[in-house]
Design a protein around this ligand. Structure first.
Ligand code: MN
Length: 723
């Protein structure tokens, strides 16, 4: 384990301005916090954060990253809280440590996540400050280096395959080749030790056999380039056992010669020289087709730049060559971490705006890299990542991951957990604190939903929920609630109708009514009545046909008709059939839409004319859109139903044949409708278009008439006339 003094010295060597005090304080703080905790190896736990910090010094990371590495497990594994960290080390460090802690929690949830790719993207999205990710990767590297101490082989295998599935591609994604390769090798050793050792043996053999070959190829490459007047470093780098194995798996081949396993590198000063060197190589040897790639003009998504080519080189050996500048070389080795070196962080002190702080610059750089994607696959990858950025990832107290769209609130979270949880949600704790329900969620929030059986969804929630699921559930609930209202209304109507005819609404009577009208059950019957699809008096009539007082019904119908004639529109007097009216104000039914009981209605108030009742879907209402104070929210009342007749207008197309008009009026009459007006709107050789005004009880009555007309062969089409 690296000592405190050595760690500080190492950092100071590459960053003379490093915050020495902060590193020392973090070192001691972490040591105290972890106390006597032990690693699986038996080492003090504290050795782990120190080693993670040491790994990061390899990438010359700034002191904030080193401090974060030292503290990275304190929140998760000790009594230390985020508030403690913030108090002692400030908000920047607190944010970084919090980020790493959240990634660790993700790791716990991770075993249940099916798709490694999604998880990888999640990690990337979660680490808004990529230093968080760098600390996390260093953490994983140290855990992999000490993997052998874990007793259970299944656990070791799980960690190793997680490393291959998630962490090494992530390291590759941000261009940290060294770290990626070490992670892969350690995982390979755990998962397939036999394959690894046989590849290593073969490598040793080839290396021994080709001892003179390698220097000969390098010398030959050097001379070819030197002949053009260029200065270049040329070396050969052995591919890793894991990458060879992958290639063997992928292409189903075996590697045969040393040149298969060595990539030769030509490193020059600038880009122009890269192409000069390429020209020299291609001029001297025959190009091996299909292997040329120019990642200088089109860098890889992770920022990697180099020219790749393959030639049939010295002595007829096929060799792979990478050509790059020194700067590109550094980036290829250390990836984005190369950008995070102390000297960039130092620029922060020069008082540049927030947009120029390293975090932002980093994100920008990453995005630039994504944007330079090559080909449709990488573009897709990039687009997916973009989409990803529009999401937030939160956790349940158990560590389950819930992904939500950007802007989602605690209520969306509750519904995402389970519909029931959403419906019964009374309060929410985010990261342990009670918050208002409309609180927006951030990446990594831990959300605890408090439920109560007495709670029901509030229509108010519709104002702020962001997910379709929450919206649909809340709406559904409101609909059901309306159903309850209709049921109560229907029950009240039926009860009243029964009492008017001196009957009692007994269970037996209700059962008979349910049967007679083919209702599903008692509630269904009430709802149909409440919604106006079935009239209360009709139910009484059918159940007690002999006991109706015909005079009473006729009288009431007549008076409605008289009313209608006198005023030109159905005018309600006392015993109004509509709720929500202003007392004393005249009421008309609009002639554009002819509203019927059972339909959703609104009133429009006009001076001198009173209230005109329209159906909610009437086109005329558009004219009043800008006058909300003229609108009146109305609904049909309990007391109505058969007291009053209503005019409905239908549009009928019927064939121009003798007797068709007679048939039309017969069908309407048979179904209890009374034609009050009839007009031929169009007439052709074959067809009439008729507009028919009919007196009906309610919308249900009209629907029955329309259905009967549609069933007749002489009638081509029937619809409700509007406007
Ligand atoms: Mn750790």
């Amino acid at each position: 384990m690296i000592r405190q003094y050595d760690l500080v010295e190492t950092v100071k060597k590459y960053d003379p301005t490093a915050d020495e005090k902060a590193i020392n304080r973090a070192y001691v703080y972490s040591m105290k916090a972890h106390g006597s905790q032990k690693r699986a190896s038996g080492d003090p736990y504290f050795s782990h954060p120190v080693e993670v910090a040491a790994i990061l010094t390899r990438y010359h990371l700034d002191s904030a990253s080193i401090v974060t590495a030292l503290l990275h497990d304190t929140i998760e594994d000790t009594d230390v809280t985020l508030e403690d960290i913030e108090r002692h080390f400030g908000s920047e460090i607190a944010k970084l440590v919090d980020g790493v802690t959240k990634l660790s929690q993700l790791e716990i949830a991770g075993s249940e996540l099916k798709q490694a790719e999604n998880f990888r993207k999640l990690l990337l999205a979660m680490s808004e400050d990529l230093r968080v990710l760098l600390v996390k990767l260093a953490d994983r590297l140290h855990n992999m280096r000490t993997l052998r101490h874990i007793k259970k082989p299944e656990k070791r295998n799980q960690i190793a395959s997680e490393t291959l599935d998630i962490y090494s591609p992530l390291a590759e994604r941000i261009g940290m080749q060294d770290l990626q390769e070490e992670l892969e090798d350690l995982a390979f050793e755990q998962i397939n030790p036999d394959a690894r050792s046989s590849i290593i043996k073969r490598l040793d053999f080839l290396r021994a056999a080709g001892q003179s070959l390698l220097p000969r190829i390098i010398a030959s490459l050097k001379k070819t380039i030197a002949d053009t007047g260029l200065k270049a470093d040329v070396n050969g780098r052995e591919k890793t056992p894991y990458s060879i194995w992958q290639k063997m798996q992928r292409k189903d081949i075996e590697f045969e010669q040393l040149s298969d396993i060595i990539a030769f590198r030509i490193v020059v000063d600038d880009i122009e020289q890269c192409y000069q060197a390429l020209g020299a190589i291609h001029g001297a040897w025959r190009v091996s087709p299909g292997r040329f790639k120019d990642y200088i003009s089109l860098p890889k998504p992770n920022g990697y730049r180099s020219i790749h080519t393959a030639v049939i080189g010295p002595d007829g050996h096929r060799i792979e060559i990478q050509i790059r500048t020194r700067e590109m070389h550094k980036l290829a080795e250390n990836g984005l971490a190369a950008h995070w070196a102390y000297k960039d962080a130092g620029k922060l002190a020069n008082g540049k705006g927030e947009a120029d702080t390293p975090q932002y610059r980093w994100l920008r750089e990453l995005l630039d890299i994504m944007e330079q994607a090559e080909g449709p696959d990488e573009f897709l990858e990039h687009t997916k990542l973009e989409m990803f950025r529009d999401q937030v990832f939160c956790f349940t107290p158990r560590g389950d991951l819930i992904a939500l769209p950007h802007g989602a609130t605690t209520v969306d979270f509750a519904y995402a957990v389970h519909s029931e949880v959403g419906d019964r949600c009374v309060g929410v704790k985010v990261n342990g604190r009670m918050v208002p329900m409309q609180t927006g969620l951030n990446n990594g929030d831990q959300v605890e939903v408090i439920t109560s059986k007495a709670q029901t969804p509030s229509p108010d929630w519709l104002r702020f929920v962001a997910t379709g699921k929450a919206r649909a559930r809340i709406r559904r609930f409101i609909r059901i609630q309306h159903r309850d209202e209709y049921r109560e209304l229907g029950r009240a109507i039926l009860d009243k109708c029964f009492r008017q005819e001196n009957h009692r609404l007994t269970h037996k009577a209700i059962r008979r009514a349910v049967e007679t009208f083919h209702a599903q059950d008692e509630d269904d019957l009430y709802i149909r009545i409440g919604e106006g699809r079935l009239s209360g008096p009709e139910v009484v009539n059918r159940l007690f046909p002999l006991k109706i007082d015909p005079a009473k019904r006729t009288k009431s119908r007549k008076s409605a008709v008289i009313n209608k004639k006198a005023n030109g529109a159905a005018r309600t007097e006392t015993g109004i059939s509509i709720r929500g009216l202003i007392p004393g104000m005249a009421v008309h039914y609009a002639r554009c839409c002819h509203p019927l009981p059972g339909e959703r209605i609104v009133g429009i108030v006009t001076t001198g004319k009173g209230v005109t009742v329209h159906t909610i879907d009437c086109d005329t209402l558009q004219r009043f859109n800008s006058m909300p104070n003229h609108w009146l929210d109305l609904s049909w009342s309990v007391d109505d139903v058969a007291e009053e007749m209503h005019v409905a207008r239908i549009k009928v197309f019927l064939s121009n044949e003798p007797g068709t008009l007679g048939d039309l009026s017969t069908i309407i009459g048979k179904n209890g409708g009374n034609i009050t007006n009839l007009r031929i709107a169009h007439r052709s050789l074959d067809f009439f278009e008729m507009h028919v005004d009919i007196h009906v009880d309610d919308v249900r009555h009209l629907t029955d008439i329309i259905a009967a007309l549609r069933a007749s062969p002489i009638i081509t089409s029937v619809e409700r006339a509007r406007g």
